[in-house]
Design a protein around this ligand. Sequence first.
Ligand code: BJW
Ligand code: ZN
Length: 251
Amino acid sequence: MPTQLQTAIDHLSRAQRVVVFTGAGVSAESGIPTFRDDLTGLWARFDPQRLATPEAFLADPELVWGWYEWRRARVGQVQPNPGHTAIAQLERHVPQVCVVTQNVDDLHERAGSTRVLHLHGSIQSPRCHDCARPMQIPLADLDQLGDGQRMAPPRCEDCDGPARPGVVWFGESLPEQAWQSAWPEVQKCDLLLSVGTSGAVYPAAQLPQLALEQGAVVVHVNPDPIAVSSERELSLVGRAGEILPRLMEGL
Ligand code: BJW
Ligand code: ZN
């Protein structure tokens, strides 16, 4: 009886088109906190309604901007981990690989993945809240940025509107191009590898189910076992930085 890991390796070695769908868990071992983990997740200490909605930004721009600048600085200081590297290496073994990430960091790109779609935007790309003009904002010193440090957002040269982070908040639409590109990738893939996501946030969370409905194999990688509903769905229990390199070694 093959192990789940060996079964996943067998499917991967036959796959022609793979989508790697990632969430905060893939960056956890780089030192970026997830959102919903009970003790270490960002939402354990911060209220999403006060930080990750357009209403929150309008109510208290200094609170929200300071929190995101702290996170932007943090992303700039950390490195891709073996999970990101293994995902990039998949391109050597599978003809077509597309990474569809909910993460706002750039660790997949820095690890060497060449096709990455960001469904929830990028923390590195602030823009004007009022006119959407991209803004170049030098990064403040992380040591001076406490995780709850208030900071006034810089103003736009064109319209004097406040800078906002280039991420997707609750109630906002996903970037059209990324979403419109991700959907056909998932429809056409023969295997979707879902790594480090709670599957709590829509519409991104539909993608593994869509892949299953289209006949693909879906492989979950998560320290929390994921409930599976189909013979074509596998749950590999463990951390991305451990499981993904073992998957690659088997190819
Ligand atoms: C490891 C690990 C290791 C740990 N290795 N794994 C009901 C039905 C359908 C939709 C809705 C609904 N009610 C409301 C909605 C809409 C809403 C939504 O989904 N809400 C849910 C809470 C229900 N969605 C939206 O608003 C979206 N827009 C939209 O729908 O537009 C249309 C619309 C417009 C107007 C009204 C209604 C609809 C936008 C969603 C934007 C999400 N934004 C955030 C914040 C981004 C900015 C920022 O970074 O601050 O995106 S929320 C946050 O969650 C972030 C993440 O990308 C996202 C997903 O989280 P993720 O990645 O799964 O992280 P965690 O922490 O949840 O899970 C980590 C996992 O890793 C865990 O499983 C761990 O076990 C695991 N792990 N260590 C591997 N080492
Ligand atoms: Zn502007």
